[in-house]
Ligand binder design. Structure first.
Ligand code: PGA
Length: 247
Protein backbone atom coordinates (compact mmCIF):
# COMPACT_ATOMS: atom_id res chain seq x y z
CA UNK A 1 0.00 0.00 0.00
CA UNK A 2 1.15 3.54 -0.72
CA UNK A 3 2.77 5.22 2.27
CA UNK A 4 0.49 8.07 3.24
CA UNK A 5 1.87 11.58 3.31
CA UNK A 6 0.72 14.06 5.98
CA UNK A 7 1.75 17.68 5.43
CA UNK A 8 1.33 20.61 7.81
CA UNK A 9 1.04 23.98 6.06
CA UNK A 10 1.45 26.68 8.69
CA UNK A 11 0.90 29.45 6.11
CA UNK A 12 1.78 32.84 7.68
CA UNK A 13 1.41 31.53 11.22
CA UNK A 14 3.58 30.11 13.95
CA UNK A 15 6.54 31.23 16.02
CA UNK A 16 9.49 29.75 17.90
CA UNK A 17 7.18 28.63 20.70
CA UNK A 18 5.13 26.60 18.24
CA UNK A 19 8.29 25.00 16.89
CA UNK A 20 9.20 23.91 20.43
CA UNK A 21 5.70 22.60 21.06
CA UNK A 22 5.64 20.71 17.77
CA UNK A 23 9.06 19.19 18.36
CA UNK A 24 7.81 17.79 21.67
CA UNK A 25 4.43 16.66 20.42
CA UNK A 26 5.15 14.90 17.16
CA UNK A 27 5.33 11.18 17.41
CA UNK A 28 8.08 9.52 15.44
CA UNK A 29 6.19 7.83 12.64
CA UNK A 30 7.61 4.87 10.87
CA UNK A 31 4.40 4.14 8.98
CA UNK A 32 3.61 7.45 7.29
CA UNK A 33 5.60 10.34 5.87
CA UNK A 34 5.24 13.64 7.73
CA UNK A 35 6.35 17.00 6.35
CA UNK A 36 5.97 20.23 8.33
CA UNK A 37 5.97 23.44 6.32
CA UNK A 38 6.55 26.60 8.35
CA UNK A 39 7.08 30.13 7.06
CA UNK A 40 10.52 30.14 5.39
CA UNK A 41 12.13 32.20 8.15
CA UNK A 42 11.59 29.31 10.55
CA UNK A 43 12.90 26.51 8.35
CA UNK A 44 16.35 26.33 9.96
CA UNK A 45 14.94 26.31 13.50
CA UNK A 46 12.39 23.66 12.57
CA UNK A 47 15.02 21.50 10.88
CA UNK A 48 17.07 21.61 14.09
CA UNK A 49 14.03 20.75 16.19
CA UNK A 50 12.84 17.97 13.87
CA UNK A 51 15.85 15.75 14.53
CA UNK A 52 14.81 13.61 11.58
CA UNK A 53 11.45 12.68 13.14
CA UNK A 54 9.68 14.53 10.36
CA UNK A 55 10.73 16.33 7.20
CA UNK A 56 10.56 20.06 6.59
CA UNK A 57 9.19 21.84 3.54
CA UNK A 58 8.77 25.30 2.01
CA UNK A 59 5.47 27.01 1.16
CA UNK A 60 6.76 28.38 -2.14
CA UNK A 61 9.98 28.72 -4.15
CA UNK A 62 11.43 31.24 -6.56
CA UNK A 63 11.16 30.78 -10.33
CA UNK A 64 14.84 31.53 -10.87
CA UNK A 65 17.93 29.50 -10.15
CA UNK A 66 19.55 32.46 -8.40
CA UNK A 67 20.84 35.96 -9.05
CA UNK A 68 19.39 39.45 -8.81
CA UNK A 69 15.87 38.67 -7.54
CA UNK A 70 15.47 40.47 -4.24
CA UNK A 71 13.35 38.60 -1.75
CA UNK A 72 13.31 35.30 -3.63
CA UNK A 73 14.56 31.90 -2.45
CA UNK A 74 16.23 29.32 -4.69
CA UNK A 75 15.32 25.65 -4.53
CA UNK A 76 19.02 24.77 -4.34
CA UNK A 77 19.33 26.79 -1.12
CA UNK A 78 16.47 24.87 0.43
CA UNK A 79 17.99 21.57 -0.65
CA UNK A 80 21.35 22.54 0.85
CA UNK A 81 19.68 23.10 4.24
CA UNK A 82 17.93 19.73 4.17
CA UNK A 83 14.46 20.83 3.08
CA UNK A 84 12.63 17.90 1.48
CA UNK A 85 9.55 19.35 -0.24
CA UNK A 86 8.05 22.55 -1.65
CA UNK A 87 4.37 23.43 -1.95
CA UNK A 88 3.75 25.09 -5.31
CA UNK A 89 0.59 26.58 -6.76
CA UNK A 90 -1.36 26.88 -3.53
CA UNK A 91 -4.61 28.68 -4.32
CA UNK A 92 -3.65 31.49 -1.94
CA UNK A 93 -0.53 32.13 -4.00
CA UNK A 94 -2.46 31.76 -7.24
CA UNK A 95 -4.90 34.47 -6.09
CA UNK A 96 -2.65 36.72 -3.92
CA UNK A 97 0.28 36.68 -6.34
CA UNK A 98 -1.45 36.02 -9.66
CA UNK A 99 0.47 32.78 -10.19
CA UNK A 100 -0.88 30.89 -13.18
CA UNK A 101 -0.28 27.30 -14.27
CA UNK A 102 2.81 28.28 -16.26
CA UNK A 103 4.45 29.91 -13.23
CA UNK A 104 3.52 26.92 -11.09
CA UNK A 105 5.11 24.59 -13.66
CA UNK A 106 8.38 26.56 -13.58
CA UNK A 107 8.44 26.43 -9.78
CA UNK A 108 7.76 22.69 -9.73
CA UNK A 109 10.58 22.28 -12.26
CA UNK A 110 12.97 24.27 -10.04
CA UNK A 111 12.06 22.04 -7.10
CA UNK A 112 12.66 18.88 -9.10
CA UNK A 113 16.03 19.97 -10.48
CA UNK A 114 17.18 20.71 -6.91
CA UNK A 115 16.04 17.29 -5.74
CA UNK A 116 13.02 18.52 -3.77
CA UNK A 117 9.55 17.02 -3.98
CA UNK A 118 7.04 19.52 -5.38
CA UNK A 119 3.59 19.33 -3.83
CA UNK A 120 1.54 20.75 -6.67
CA UNK A 121 -1.81 22.20 -5.57
CA UNK A 122 -4.87 22.08 -7.82
CA UNK A 123 -8.53 22.75 -7.13
CA UNK A 124 -11.67 24.39 -8.38
CA UNK A 125 -13.62 27.42 -7.14
CA UNK A 126 -17.18 27.10 -5.84
CA UNK A 127 -18.45 28.72 -9.04
CA UNK A 128 -16.67 26.11 -11.16
CA UNK A 129 -18.09 23.30 -9.03
CA UNK A 130 -21.61 24.68 -9.23
CA UNK A 131 -21.27 25.00 -12.99
CA UNK A 132 -20.27 21.33 -13.26
CA UNK A 133 -16.75 22.28 -14.35
CA UNK A 134 -14.78 21.03 -11.35
CA UNK A 135 -13.23 17.96 -12.99
CA UNK A 136 -12.39 19.76 -16.21
CA UNK A 137 -10.75 22.59 -14.29
CA UNK A 138 -8.65 20.26 -12.14
CA UNK A 139 -7.72 18.07 -15.10
CA UNK A 140 -6.46 21.16 -16.97
CA UNK A 141 -4.36 22.16 -13.96
CA UNK A 142 -2.84 18.67 -13.80
CA UNK A 143 -2.20 18.58 -17.55
CA UNK A 144 -0.37 21.91 -17.28
CA UNK A 145 2.17 20.09 -15.09
CA UNK A 146 2.79 17.28 -17.59
CA UNK A 147 6.49 18.03 -18.02
CA UNK A 148 6.98 17.72 -14.28
CA UNK A 149 5.10 14.43 -14.06
CA UNK A 150 6.86 12.34 -16.67
CA UNK A 151 10.33 12.24 -15.12
CA UNK A 152 9.70 9.60 -12.48
CA UNK A 153 10.86 11.84 -9.63
CA UNK A 154 8.97 12.26 -6.35
CA UNK A 155 5.94 14.51 -6.91
CA UNK A 156 2.68 14.89 -5.04
CA UNK A 157 -0.57 16.42 -6.27
CA UNK A 158 -2.71 18.10 -3.61
CA UNK A 159 -6.38 18.40 -4.51
CA UNK A 160 -7.57 21.45 -2.61
CA UNK A 161 -11.02 22.70 -3.58
CA UNK A 162 -10.83 26.43 -2.94
CA UNK A 163 -14.24 26.45 -1.27
CA UNK A 164 -13.02 23.99 1.37
CA UNK A 165 -9.83 25.81 2.36
CA UNK A 166 -10.04 27.50 5.75
CA UNK A 167 -13.82 27.38 5.72
CA UNK A 168 -14.43 24.45 8.05
CA UNK A 169 -16.44 22.91 5.20
CA UNK A 170 -14.31 20.01 4.05
CA UNK A 171 -15.23 18.24 0.84
CA UNK A 172 -17.05 15.04 1.70
CA UNK A 173 -14.99 11.87 1.42
CA UNK A 174 -17.11 10.97 -1.64
CA UNK A 175 -16.39 14.29 -3.36
CA UNK A 176 -12.67 13.95 -2.61
CA UNK A 177 -12.54 10.32 -3.77
CA UNK A 178 -14.32 11.15 -7.04
CA UNK A 179 -11.82 13.91 -7.81
CA UNK A 180 -8.84 11.80 -6.76
CA UNK A 181 -9.99 9.12 -9.21
CA UNK A 182 -10.24 11.72 -11.96
CA UNK A 183 -6.74 12.98 -11.16
CA UNK A 184 -5.39 9.40 -11.09
CA UNK A 185 -6.95 8.81 -14.50
CA UNK A 186 -5.31 11.97 -15.86
CA UNK A 187 -1.93 10.95 -14.40
CA UNK A 188 -2.17 7.54 -16.03
CA UNK A 189 -2.70 9.20 -19.38
CA UNK A 190 0.02 11.82 -18.91
CA UNK A 191 2.68 9.64 -17.29
CA UNK A 192 1.75 6.00 -17.74
CA UNK A 193 5.13 4.76 -16.51
CA UNK A 194 5.25 6.88 -13.37
CA UNK A 195 1.67 7.61 -12.31
CA UNK A 196 1.76 4.97 -9.59
CA UNK A 197 4.53 6.79 -7.77
CA UNK A 198 2.66 10.11 -7.63
CA UNK A 199 0.70 10.52 -4.42
CA UNK A 200 -2.62 12.38 -4.50
CA UNK A 201 -3.39 14.31 -1.31
CA UNK A 202 -6.57 16.03 -0.16
CA UNK A 203 -6.54 19.46 1.47
CA UNK A 204 -9.30 21.74 2.75
CA UNK A 205 -10.49 21.84 6.38
CA UNK A 206 -8.91 18.52 7.32
CA UNK A 207 -9.01 18.11 11.10
CA UNK A 208 -8.79 15.50 13.85
CA UNK A 209 -12.49 14.65 13.42
CA UNK A 210 -12.69 14.07 9.67
CA UNK A 211 -9.20 12.65 9.03
CA UNK A 212 -10.06 9.00 9.72
CA UNK A 213 -13.07 9.17 7.38
CA UNK A 214 -10.87 10.51 4.60
CA UNK A 215 -8.08 7.98 5.20
CA UNK A 216 -10.63 5.15 5.09
CA UNK A 217 -10.43 5.52 1.31
CA UNK A 218 -7.33 4.20 -0.48
CA UNK A 219 -7.64 7.03 -3.00
CA UNK A 220 -6.76 9.55 -0.25
CA UNK A 221 -3.01 9.01 -0.17
CA UNK A 222 -2.31 11.87 2.15
CA UNK A 223 -3.54 15.22 3.41
CA UNK A 224 -2.41 18.82 3.34
CA UNK A 225 -3.49 20.40 6.62
CA UNK A 226 -3.67 24.15 7.24
CA UNK A 227 -5.47 25.44 10.33
CA UNK A 228 -5.53 22.15 12.26
CA UNK A 229 -1.76 21.77 11.86
CA UNK A 230 -1.24 24.73 14.21
CA UNK A 231 -2.72 22.68 17.07
CA UNK A 232 -0.22 20.08 18.20
CA UNK A 233 -2.84 17.71 19.55
CA UNK A 234 -4.94 17.86 16.39
CA UNK A 235 -2.02 17.35 14.08
CA UNK A 236 -0.72 14.42 16.13
CA UNK A 237 -4.24 12.93 15.95
CA UNK A 238 -4.25 13.32 12.15
CA UNK A 239 -0.89 11.52 11.96
CA UNK A 240 -2.31 8.72 14.12
CA UNK A 241 -5.37 8.46 11.86
CA UNK A 242 -3.07 8.08 8.85
CA UNK A 243 -1.07 5.40 10.66
CA UNK A 244 -4.21 3.50 11.63
CA UNK A 245 -5.35 3.48 8.00
CA UNK A 246 -1.91 2.30 6.92
CA UNK A 247 -2.48 -0.85 8.96
P1 PGA B 1 -7.09 24.42 5.85
O1 PGA B 1 -5.97 24.79 4.76
O2 PGA B 1 -6.73 23.08 6.41
O3 PGA B 1 -6.96 25.51 6.89
O4 PGA B 1 -8.41 24.43 5.16
C1 PGA B 1 -5.50 23.79 3.88
C2 PGA B 1 -4.53 24.39 2.92
O5 PGA B 1 -4.74 25.53 2.47
O6 PGA B 1 -3.52 23.76 2.57
Amino acid sequence: MTTRLVIANWKMNGDLALIDAMAQAYPQSSKVDVVVVPPSLYVAALLAAAKNRFQVGLQDIGQHQGGAHTGELAATMAAELGVAAVIVGHSERRSDNAEDDAVVAVKAHRALEAGLMPVICVGESIEERQAGQAEARVRAQVEAQAENLVGGRAVAIAYEPIWAIGTGASASAEEAVAMHRAIRHALEQIAPDHADGIRILYGGSVNAENAAGLFAHVEIEGVLVGGASLDTDQFAAIIRAAEAAQG
